[in-house]
Design a protein. Structure first.
Length: 460
């Protein structure tokens, strides 16, 4: 595996937020106390000093996500520093974080380690502890894998060992491990490099089936999706050829039969030796196509806990985790789909269910964690909704007759989490509304201008 960073839009074209810090490419490597780029370094110094005066250590969020993580920590008095090179996002307007914008990380990844080195020096100076890094994307985790020893000297990483990271990021290696250790998972074929020959045996897997690159985030960066679905042998050939031409290893996998709603998760935080500190179980009620959940509820499915404990012990896992399962309607088995070794999108749902996995991780790594295993009450029926992505799914379900006004009112009566809105942290929600309204007005203006041009000049 090689260290790569996402090729997103770069922050050199955007402005730093009020209270944040922007590092142009020219001064990203300026050390603490260096003469070059001292304005940015001085602001970073003041930022870290202020954080260390109110909390045990500096929380650092890496990657393009993490709003729920930031809020979960913030509600416990832990403010975070976000490091990113992408455009400003809804997360950056949380009252619980300040952003460090580092120009061109994706084209010069050394800059990230340079900033982390400055942060580490300042954090140790003001708190006596290294910063704590919370990765939020697979691309960031892959970067960490490539520089694990270097980053581990600078900070504490909320993730398992380098070996466990490599195993969980590489889907081919992960499914081989599951199969070899007797864990239930979808039937999977591991083709050799190159397009599949026409007479290849795909192990009795029927169509449609999944073709998934070993490193799914690379395909997501290129095309906005993590996998292909092949509906016939001909489509399978096309998908495999596409991934081969991109230089990506891949697996062919069955689609576990069942309803859309038969998708579950066991998620939380593990301490040393794979011992679960706190966990919740959730149910994806709606999701993007073979992707992230957009409408998720709390659940209680005992078989998930037994399987999850066994897997985490087997990996000697320590860190935040989310294990995804799908119930196989053929025999009722819960099959392991993947293990995300990082903060997951719906982490705020766990917090509202009484298990603040982000804060448990922070406490564990600063040495203040106490007490036994935390778990959500069995009747903790909470809901999490991603407003931006779920509206389309809700409309589709409504038209199909799978959802009614009564269902909507029943969910709303539980006071669901509707991201990005939060009364305790209104900034992200207000920014989201401002952006949506601005885009709608701009669209209407453009349509009016186009209509006026199409009508032509008025006659004399």
């Amino acid at each position: 595996m090689t260290a790569q960073m996402p090729g997103s839009s770069l922050a050199s074209a955007s402005k730093g937020l009020e209270g944040g810090v922007t590092f142009p490419a020219a001064c990203a490597g300026a050390g603490v106390g260096a003469g070059h780029g001292t304005s940015a370094i001085d602001r970073l110094d003041r930022l870290v000093a202020g954080l260390c005066a109110r909390q045990a250590s500096v929380s650092v969020v890496l990657g393009g996500h993490g709003l729920g993580l930031i809020r979960s920590l913030g509600e416990k008095g832990v403010r975070s520093i976000v490091i990113d090179d992408g455009p400003v996002s809804v997360r950056d307007f949380s009252r619980y974080c300040r952003r460090i914008t580092v120009a061109d990380i994706s084209t010069a990844p050394d800059r990230l380690c340079e900033i982390l080195r400055s942060l580490s020096t300042l954090a140790r100076r003001y708190s006596g502890r290294p910063p704590i890094i919370f990765p939020t994307t697979d691309a960031v985790l892959n970067y960490i894998v490539g520089r694990y020893d270097e980053i581990e000297e600078l900070a504490v990483i909320v993730s398992p060992s380098r070996e466990a990271l490599m195993l969980t990021l590489d889907k081919a290696a992960f499914y081989r491990r599951l199969t070899g250790r007797g864990f239930p998972c979808p039937r999977t074929v591991f083709p050799s490099a190159g397009p599949l020959p026409g007479d290849v045996d795909i192990g009795g897997i029927s169509f449609p089936c999944i073709v998934k690159p070993s490193l799914t985030f690379l395909l997501e960066q290129a095309e906005g999706r993590k996998l292909f679905v092949a509906g016939s042998p001909e489509e399978l050939q096309v998908c495999c050829r596409d991934l081969s031409e991109r230089g990506m290893r891949y697996v062919v996998q069955e689609i576990v039969p069942g309803r859309d709603e038969d998708q579950y998760s066991l998620a939380g935080y593990c301490g040393r030796g794979g011992e679960i500190v706190g966990y919740v179980m959730t149910n994806k009620l709606r999701q993007s196509h073979f992707g992230a959940g957009t409408f998720v509820s709390g659940a209680h499915v005992p078989p998930l806990l037994a399987l999850g404990r066994r897997l985490l012990k087997d990996l000697d896992y320590r860190g935040i985790f989310e294990i995804e399962f799908r119930r196989d309607e053929r025999d009722g088995t819960y099959r392991i789909i993947e293990l995300n070794p990082r903060c997951w999108s719906q982490i705020m749902l766990a917090t509202r269910m009484g298990v603040n996995a982000a804060y448990h991780a922070y406490q564990d790594l600063v040495g203040t964690l106490s007490g036994g295993e935390r778990q959500a009450p069995r009747d903790a029926k909470k809901y999490w909704i991603d407003l931006e992505r779920d509206l389309g799914n809700l409309k589709r379900k409504w038209k199909q007759g799978d959802y009614s006004l009564r269902d909507v009112l029943s969910v709303m009566s539980t006071i669901p989490i509707i991201e990005p809105f939060n009364l305790r942290d209104p900034g992200p929600g207000l920014w989201y509304l401002k952006r949506k309204i601005g885009r709608r007005l701009a669209k209407r203006h453009a349509q009016a201008v186009f209509a006026g041009k199409a009508a032509g000049p008025l006659p004399d």
